[in-house]
Every structure is written in C-alpha cells, then in structure tokens.
Write a protein that binds this ligand. Structure first.
Ligand SMILES: Cc1ncc(COP(=O)(O)O)c(C=O)c1O
Length: 355
C-alpha cells in the first residue's frame, strides 16, 4: 500500500482539532473498497462491498489501528513507558497493543479474562507472547505506576472514536471519487461500541445517506444500542469542546441487532461459521468467529430476509479483522513460554466448530 495519508481528514474538515489533539500515523493510506462479486452472484444481488480495514496498517490490520493513532500519540506525549489494556484471552486489542508497542518502544501489558477457545484465541496468545507482552490473566490486582498508560478496552473513548469518524470521511471521499456507490447500509461489529459510534457520527458529518447496522458481538451490558448512543453523544461533545459546531446528532440511521450474538461472547454460532466459510471459499478472505463472522452472518441474513428490497442497494461489510499472515510468528514461539496458568488453552482440545 503506498503511503498517501498525510493526516486525518478530520483535521482537514475541523482545523481546530489539528495541533490540539495528539495523533501519530499507523494507517498509511485509505483502506480499499472491494466489490464482493462472487457473493453478489451467489446471493443474486448487485452491490455488495467490503471496506478493507483488515489491511488498515501494514503492521497489523483491523479496527484498532485507526483508534490507536490517537491513543499512542497521547501515551507518547505523556512520556509513558508501558501500555496496559484489557480483553479476553483471544483479544485482538491486546495483539494490536503488543505489535504497536514494539513500534513505539513501549512495553505491552494485557489484563485478560476467559473466553471459549478457538484456534484464533491460541494464535493471538502466541502473537502476544512473541511481542513480549506482560500477562495479567485473571488477576485482581493490576500494577499501578505513573509510567503506565491505561488504554481503555477497545480504545472506545471519545478520543479513540475519532478514528472511525475519520474513517467515514474517508469512505465519503471514495464515494466522491467513484470507487464505490454511496452505501445504503454498513454492517459493523459492536463490542465496546467505539467503531459503531464513530461511524454513526461520521456518516452524518460526511452527509452520507448510509444506515449503520451495528451487530452485537459482546456481553449485552457492554454492547447495546444505548451504549452506542451514549458514546456517540460523548464523542460529539468532546469535538465540540474544541469550539467546533456540529449538527444535531440523529440516531434514525442506526440499527442495533442482537440476534446473531448467540448468547456467549466468542462462541462461534453455526450461522457465523457458515458465513466465515462462505467468505473464505468465495472471496479467499479470512474472518474470525467473535466479531467479523457474526457480523457477516447478520448481513447475509438481512439480505436473505429482504432480497427484493435490497437487491440493488449498496451494502458494505466493514471488515474489522486483521488479515495479515502471522504464521511465521506463531510457529516461532512455544506456548510453554506463556505463564503456566495459560497453558490449558493449548492443552484442552478445541471443540469442532467447523471452522
Ligand atoms: C476484529 C474486531 N472487530 C470488531 C471489534 C469491536 O469493535 P468495538 O469494540 O469498537 O465495538 C473488535 C473489538 O475488539 C474486534 O477485535
């Protein structure tokens, strides 16, 4: 990917933010938009696209890098030496933190809880290990020190969410350049809700007609419609604190869908496994079962249930999962070098989910 992005479009649109808000580049250029022609043909629809945030950064793709551009800039500005974040044992956030910490010569720290084990969980733990993560697995006491920057789970703070407002402005440019028709619908996973909140605000600021379909992928106490609305309002308020006037926020274009969650965080549902397998077979794109697979399952079910209404609509699957290959990294480390209490993840057989 050639490096064409000099600064966030958000800074061009709202010049008060530039210089006031710390930012450091992790995403070198606009992520491509790709038409999923094989699936279009299979589903007999005419305009299905993917926003390729799976290659957002050459170091590690997915939705973290856009938010982390703001977060690491702040950590570095505050002269922190370690960055602590939290997630489940298969957390992509912890992996992203491990990889980007190396870039910035910081030490990654990961506070972890359990989740159902899949090969993706194992792979992420091995990547964490390779990048010298300090693990705090099921620990109640977390180290406190002035040199530690605390990164909120999912980076879903008003500050981190700016990354997805910027992403919506990027999409608007792609529409204007004729790279993609103006989307009618975007499907995006929702856990800590910052990605959906950023896009909800961003499409309005960009003047797009797009409806955001936010798909539940985490505990309902964390992932719910109200959480997205609350976070969107806070993010708008945060921008306004820089003397920016923004239009009234509407949620008419935000739809929240719970039925593809499957009742448990990280548990692959049969529909999610079928969606992952379909994308791999038809388009050679790899998804994981916690977030992106459940979101694609929701998108496919939306199309199947509304085919005549949406046949000619432009539907975007926002791919938030890294697709760079880490097999060399994974093969170069041994799980026995993880803290002893995590060895069970590799020693207990994984149920056959059909992945
Ligand atoms: C691959 C992937 N997609 C989506 C999400 C959810 O994004 P958010 O926490 O902003 O709702 C996550 C969160 O960890 C993720 O790892």
């Amino acid at each position: 990917m050639s490096e064409t992005r000099k600064k966030p479009l958000l800074f061009e649109e709202f010049s008060n933010l530039e210089g006031s808000i710390p930012w450091i580049k992790l995403v070198p250029s606009a992520t491509p938009v790709k038409e999923l022609r094989n699936i279009e043909e299979k589903l007999k629809i005419n305009s299905l696209w993917m926003k390729c945030d799976d290659i957002s950064s050459p170091l590690y793709g997915g939705n973290k890098s856009r938010k982390m551009e703001f977060i690491y800039a702040e950590a570095l500005e505050q002269d922190k030496k370690r960055v602590l974040t939290a997630g489940a044992i298969g957390s992509n956030q912890c992996v992203a933190n491990a990889i980007f910490c190396k870039k910035f010569r910081l030490t990654p720290m990961a506070v972890m809880i359990d989740q159902p084990v899949t090969k993706f969980v194992r792979h992420n733990l091995l990547i964490d290990l390779y990048y010298n993560t300090e693990f705090y697995y099921l620990k109640e006491a977390i180290p406190k020190s002035d040199d530690i920057y605390i990164m909120a789970p999912g980076c879903s703070t008003p500050f981190g969410n700016l990354g997805y407002i910027d992403a919506a402005l990027e999409l608007k440019n792609q529409v204007e350049n004729g790279e993609i028709p103006e989307p009618d619908y975007i499907f995006v996973p929702t856990a800590s809700s910052g990605t959906a909140a950023g896009l909800t605000i961003g499409v309005q600021l960009a003047g797009l007609k797009t409806h955001i379909h936010a798909i539940q992928t985490s505990f309902s106490s964390l992932s719910n419609l109200k959480a997205i609305q609350r976070l969107s309002k806070k993010t708008k308020k945060f921008m306004e604190s820089y003397d920016i006037s923004l239009p009234k926020l509407s949620f008419d274009h935000l739809k929240y869908t719970e039925e593809h969650y499957g009742g448990e965080y990280g548990l692959p549902t049969p529909e999610c496994v079928a969606a992952i397998n379909l994308l791999r077979e038809q388009e050679k794109i790899i998804l994981e079962p916690t977030y992106s697979g459940k979101t694609l399952a929701a998108l496919l079910s939306f199309i199947r249930n509304n085919r005549s209404k949406v046949k000619d609509k432009t539907i975007v699957f926002w791919n938030t999962f890294n697709s760079h290959d880490f097999s060399d990294v994974i093969e170069s480390v041994n799980y026995r070098d993880l803290p002893q209490e995590l060895h069970w993840v590799f020693e207990k057989p994984i149920p056959d989910y059909g992945l």
